[in-house]
Ligand binder design. Structure first.
Ligand SMILES: [Zn+2]
Length: 139
């Protein structure tokens, strides 16, 4: 993605978590680190984009990535999940926002933020006008 910047890779933290289960010390059990809550699993099943990586804990090939977007310019859409294709479009629609990529295994519940980065064309914009949501109507 052309506007990608400030990328942070969390591979080291990921390795450390796994090391605590599979390393010599074994200070944690898989259930300690496979703690995805039901909402996260549901999001992963509906919006997750399948990766080529196998789950580091249970080794299934159902490891998915979720892209969470955050930023003032996103208004009420901050905190939502976006597909790779949506992110490509959003680069030219917003000046600056952060993407946090979380990998989730829908089988065992392993989840870890694997990287974050910023996107956007650098042009400052006001957040979009708030649209009523289902929660507003039925909340
Ligand atoms: Zn797994």
């Amino acid at each position: 993605m052309w506007s990608k910047r400030d990328e942070v890779d969390y591979a080291l933290q990921r390795r450390n978590s796994l090391q605590r289960v599979f390393g010599r010390a074994r200070s944690l059990t898989p259930s300690d680190i496979c703690d995805a809550d039901p909402m996260l699993i549901r999001s992963a099943l509906h919006h997750g984009e399948l990766t080529k990586t196998h789950c580091p804990v249970c080794e299934t090939n159902r490891l998915v990535n979720l892209n969470y977007v955050f930023g003032d310019q996103l208004g009420q859409y901050s905190g939502r999940i976006k597909s790779e294709a949506e992110l490509v479009e959003m680069q030219t629609e917003y000046g600056d926002f952060k993407v946090c990529v979380v990998e989730v295994c829908t089988d065992c519940g392993w989840n870890h933020m694997i990287r974050s980065y910023r996107l956007g064309d650098g042009i400052k914009r006001r957040p979009p006008r708030r649209q009523p949501t289902v929660e507003d109507i039925y909340g």
